[in-house]
Design a protein around this ligand. Structure first.
Ligand SMILES: [Zn+2]
Length: 321
């Protein structure tokens, strides 16, 4: 497995930070990694299919999808397959070149999905992997679906819809955490009095990054500690970048403060000497006490660095080719 050009070109440029005081989180990641490696191979059936453009158009017509961009890019996505395993179905529409690479990773991806889905809910997943890039559009000074989002979960209809190829596996882990109610969304957040910042998104993406590093460590055989360090540098870089945009009056339509800034503070805390077994158990096993954590870190200062601007709003630097 090779890293993407994006990863290779940028990871050396991003300023290095050193914030890991406590390795408990890393031990937990290694433990989950071992559990996943010990899972039996998953039996799946793959077939070619047709995904109706009307269905894509329907599922795209919500606030969290840049629907014009998606519909315009569909003509470039010539491969359409469906994958069935257990009681789950996943549709993938992408370009032919990408399909081969995704299929190489599929056995590991399915193990990751089953591991996160430990209560065996039925999953319906749509991966419409357009080439739309995550970056800032200087003309309209806003941070909305087009610039920030890549997918959503419909909790009532019970499906996941992802509409970008870029970092789609990280996004899939993020949406699984929503769909499987591990996302802390029903907690009451003391600081979120106007209910605009969606703090549960910071907790959700923290978990998505956690699983994405495990996934990539399995595929590349790079160790978790190394990958986490690279990812932390990037998370802090992006937090500083987004903080500057918000200070410069970019309009926060998507919950950017949560996705980038609060998440960076959460990671710093989970890797500090204040981390402990109980906190991990509450967050990752019971999926509760998110509000307590947010209350603890909310007023922490952002870890200031001279960030570099790479014209991308990605949330992970780690991506395979
Ligand atoms: Zn989310």
């Amino acid at each position: 497995m090779k890293w993407s050009n994006f990863t290779l070109e940028n990871y050396k440029k991003i300023p290095k930070i050193d914030i890991i005081e406590n390795k408990l989180l890393i031990d937990k990641m290694n433990n989950d990694k071992m559990n996943i490696l010990n899972l039996n191979d998953i039996d799946f059936k793959l077939s070619y299919t047709n995904i109706d453009n009307k269905l894509i158009s329907n599922k795209s017509s919500i606030k969290w999808v840049y629907s014009n961009g998606v519909m315009n890019d569909l003509k470039n996505l010539k491969s359409e397959i469906e994958i069935k395993w257990d009681n789950n179905i996943m549709f993938i529409k992408c370009n032919e070149h990408k399909l081969v690479k995704i299929l190489n990773r599929l056995p590991t991806l399915l193990k990751m999905i089953n591991y996160i889905n430990n209560e065996n809910h039925n999953l319906n997943i749509y991966l419409i992997l357009t080439n739309l890039k995550k970056n800032i559009n200087d003309k309209d000074n806003k941070l909305a679906a087009r610039e920030i989002n890549s997918g959503y979960s419909d909790i009532r209809e019970k499906y996941i819809f992802i509409w970008r190829e870029e970092e789609f596996e990280k996004v899939l882990f993020h949406e699984l955490i929503h769909l499987l109610n591990k996302d802390h969304r029903d907690e009451k957040y003391d600081y979120d009095i106007y209910n605009k910042k969606s703090f549960y998104e910071a907790l959700t993406d923290t978990k998505a990054i956690y699983y994405n590093i495990i996934y990539l460590s399995i595929l590349t055989k790079d160790d978790i500690y190394k990958l986490l360090n690279i990812e932390l540098n990037f998370i802090v870089n992006q937090a500083n970048y987004m903080n500057d945009l918000i200070i410069n009056s970019y309009k926060e339509i998507s919950p950017v403060t949560s996705y980038y800034i609060i998440k960076s503070k959460i990671f710093k805390y989970l890797l500090s000497n204040k981390m402990n077994e109980q906190l991990f158990y509450n967050l990752f096993t019971l999926c509760k006490n998110g509000n307590d954590l947010i209350n603890t870190i909310y007023n922490d200062k952002i870890h200031k660095i001279n960030y570099i601007q790479i014209n991308s709003t990605r949330m992970t630097i780690l991506e395979l080719n």
